[in-house]
Structures are given as C-alpha cells and as structure tokens.
Write a protein that binds this ligand. Sequence first.
Ligand code: HEM
Length: 588
Amino acid sequence: MAPFVDSGFVKKLGIIITSPALAREVLKDKDTIFANRDVPAAGREFSYGGNNILWTPYGPKWRMLRKVSAELRKPGQGFAWGQQWSPSAGPAQGVGSGRDKCIQSNKSRNSNKGLPPGPKALPLIGNLHSLDVSSETHIYFASLSQTYGPICRLWLGLKVGIIITSSALAREVLKDKDTIFANRDVSAAGREFSYGVNDLIWSPYGPKWRMLRKVCVRDMLSCSNIDSVYALRRRELRQSINYLYSQKSLPVNVGEQMFLTVLNVMTSMLWGGTLKGEERASLGAEFRHVVTEIAELISIPNLSDFYPGLAWFDFQGVIKKMKVLLKRFDKIFESMIDQRQILDRNGVGQESKDFLQVLLKLKDEADAKMPLTMTEIKALLMDLVVGGTDTTSNAVEFAMAEIMNKSDVLRKLQQELDTVVGKDNIVEESHIQQLPYLYAVMKEAMRIHPALPLLAPHCPSETITIGGYTVPKGSRVFVNVWAIHRDPSIWKNPTEFRPERFLDNKWNYSGNDFNYFPFGSGRRMCAGIAMAERMFMYSLASLIHSFDWKLPEGETLDLKEKFCIALKKKIPLVAIPTPRLSNPTLYE
Ligand code: HEM
C-alpha cells in the first residue's frame, strides 16, 4: 500500500498515514500543527460542545484540561471515579503518542472507600458541575443530606468536600475533635485576602493563630473595650437615624444604610476615621461594592483550589480581581497606619486610644518569639473591616425584612420599646438588657438566616473517622448550620419566623448547643460576638423605635437568600421610613 493515500472525500479531505516515518513527522516533528482534532458532530455532542480533552482544539483550554488530568494521575491524589465510572470506560492504557497520549487511571487509587456517600462524580471534575452558581449552595447541600444522610461527600475536582448536616456530627467536628478540625482549608482567594495567611480568619490552628486570636478577642474586642467606645457607636448610629429622617417618606436601601453604619462604627473604632456627608454616601457605597465583590470571590468555586497544580494559571481570574480590590483597602490601611504613627511620634491623641494604636503598641511590645508584624496588623484590619461589616449589616437587613413581613412581631417590638424607652426618648445601648423580645427577634433572625450558613471552611489536620466514615486530611469541611437551624426534628415549623420560641431562654449562641450556633462553636468560633450583638441589637432597636416601615407602593416583600460566604438578601430590602417619635429633635 502506498504510504500516503488521498481518500478523495467530496467535501473533506481525509489523509491516511501508514508509515513510521510519516507518523513521526505528524506526531512528533509537526506535532504542534497536527495536535488539533477534526471534531465530528457526535464528538461535539459527546464532549459537551468540545469541552473535554479528547475533542478540545490544541490551545490554552486543552493545556488546562491536560494539566487537570496530569494532577489526577499523581500518586496519592485518590480522585474517586467511584462506582459511577469505570476505568475501562476511558481511553485504553498505553495507546497513542505525542500530546494526546492516553490518560491512565488506577482503580486502586481512585476509590470512594470509607468516604461518606455522595452523588455521582464525573471524570476529572467530580461534582464541580453540580455547584451551579445559579443555585444556592447551602440549599443544595441541604438537599444532598436528605438523599445521602447527615454526612456526605462531594468531589470538588481533586479535593474531597465533606458536608455535615446534623447537630450530633457538628458536635463531633466542632467540639469532640475540635483540635483536629480547627484548621482552615485556605482557598487561593482566602490566601490573597489574608496577606498570605497572616490574618485570624485563615491562619492554621497553631501558635500564630493563638497570638492573633488573643490580640483580637482580648486586646481589641473584649466587652470592656467595646463598652469603652460606645460613644463612637452612638455617634454613628445617630447619624444614620438622622439621615433616615431626612429621607422620610422616601424609599431607602436598608442594607446599604446598615452597611454604612457598621462600616463607620468599625473604622472609627479602628482608627478614628469616619465618613461624612457626601463622602459617606459615595465612598460608603463603593466600599460596600468592594466588600461584596471580595465576599463573592471568596465564595465562588475556584478551579485553582480544586486542582492545586493549576493554581498558578488562575483560570477564572479570581486572584487577579482580588488583587485589584484589595489594593483599595491596602492603600487606606497604609495611610491610616502612617497617620497614626506620626500622631504617636508627636505625642498627639494619647488620651483617646483607637484600636490601631493598641495594635501598634502591641507590635512594639511583642515578644521576640511571636512578634506581631505590620503585615499581620493589616491582615487583622482586613478581617475586621470586611468580615465584621457584611455579616452584621446583612443580619440586620434580614431581621428587618422578617419583621416587616410579620406585623404582629413589629407591633410587639414597638410596644416593648415604647414601654422601656418611651416615645419621648431615644434608644441607648443600656436599654438593650431590658428588651427580651428584641433579643428573641435577633436570635430568631439568626436562626433562619445564619450569617455564615456553612461557617468558614474547616479542615482536618489528619485523616479521621466521623460518623463512621473517613474524612481525609486536607478535605474541605462544610458544617451546614443553615440546615440544622431548619431541622424539623429540632424546630417546630422551622421555616416560620417566630421569635417567641426563644423567649424562654432555652437556646443561646454560646457555642455549647449544636442545635443553634449562628456564631459557630469551639476554637474557631466568631471572634466578634460581643461587637456583633451590640451592633445588631442597638441598630435594630433604633430603626424600629424611631420609624414605622412600609414597602414602596406596588412592591412585595421577598425573603429569598443569596449564597455567599456571608448570606445576603437576594433582593435588597427597600423600605420607606415614617418617623414615629414625639419630637423632631429626637432625630438629631
Ligand atoms: C451577626 C454578625 C456575625 C455573625 C453571625 C458571625 C458569625 C461567625 C461565624 C459563624 C464564624 C466562623 C466560625 C467557624 O468557622 O466555625 C465567624 C468567624 C469570625 N468572625 Fe464573626 N460573625 C459576625 C460578626 C463579626 C464581627 C462584627 C466581627 C469582628 C468585629 C467578627 C469577626 C470574626 C472573626 C475574626 C472570625 C474568625 C475567627 C477564627 O477563625 O478564629 N465577626 N463569625
């Protein structure tokens, strides 16, 4: 047979190679030219439109997919094809040459042995395809637990994801085996956010985390420190009430206003800075936008996290976008630190300490074994400004929406406030202790809409058994507190907003009760609880006491949630405030 045959198709030229010399020319010498596929219609269909390795044209996407496959073949990666996919369904071993050499699979390595049950995993991507960004992850995870039980697994590319959805197993993870699970699975976005894992939220459990936690909880956010800056909270909240009064009878974005208030409180506590007037509206809105984008980048499934060998490529551009956003904050932090250092050098502002001053002092005094560095100070500022604002303001927005949806709850709250505070007075933080119904409303709002529905991702430092199943070292553990808070075996009418269920003080969020733990539990529990509850109660009390609230004409209330690391309202709450106090001076 002639080595080179033109098969003479009418529309497409077919070339058949039948000699070792020409095979070498095609597959080696001119490999880059011949590394494309002629994709048949069936192949296009088979490959979800040319999206698998076999049919993707030679180029960046193919290179990415190829790298993914190479990762899968690394010893110890243990990707579970599971029962759903047998190695024999893939290309035959050892066949082929050049760039499209066959991918080997190893049955013994690729097994689900001992892992919790979970849905079908596809080759290469595992279950990543099911994390559809259009569905809400916490709700999807809850539906998985109904099929597979209180502990189930997902394959996130090469990473095992473990979902915990019962209070008994949450206790096992967050209490009984807390030291093992007190680590974080640090995402690429989290690494960027935390100045290279130099903050509190993302630091692994160990001496540095302990030092940062102490600085945060004891030196900055202790009850006495927070009480000592009440005047700042009051000033900012009164400014917000005054602004809402100026908008009376006009629709206002409640979440945005709460965000501005919490941001101002936080920044004035941190470095005395506060936004005013036009700057308050424009810069505040921009800040909210930046914080929201950062939270979204941390929340989206990122290929770099699930195929570590690919992290460098940053295919989704998460790190690139994150860098741009973080630069904005970094500039502010640097400028605040510079200004504070100049003031300190000149001996100005010694009498009223802000938290930045506390941090800089700690840095100067820190013991040599575990010094507090400037990078760690900036990373802590990032935790507080970004982590503390969105969570608190979203929580208040949800509470407002639920209250507006239940006129009897609004009425009872206003009655309580009118009795304790009076209509000729303004709410002070000291009133909060005497408002049990308000306290119940806050708890119920955080039950139905916990700010971090899956907590922050935990990660075991060693392979361990939970609920009779293997949880491998390094897996990403999601504790679905949202689903536990709606478990009908624990809560009567779980989807109903009914603050009365909290009136007998049966439930608290100290982290000891695994039926109700909106702030988490154990070592990695929220570091800002004291601050969060004061801000939440004080803001909500002031909003409800100062105004009646109604929706703009023709609008209906929507309580749907949008998944993000901090849960938010899918549709922002826009409502009209009508002043209800006796005297306009009470709004100054
Ligand atoms: C309604 C408001 C808030 C809620 C519901 C909330 C809830 C949580 C939750 C569930 C966690 C993760 C626990 C875990 O992974 O097991 C967390 C962590 C954290 N929170 Fe909050 N939080 C709120 C407000 C705040 C505020 C105002 C601050 C600071 C001023 C703050 C600072 C932190 C920090 C630093 C961590 C990380 C702690 C660590 O990893 O050691 N939070 N929070």
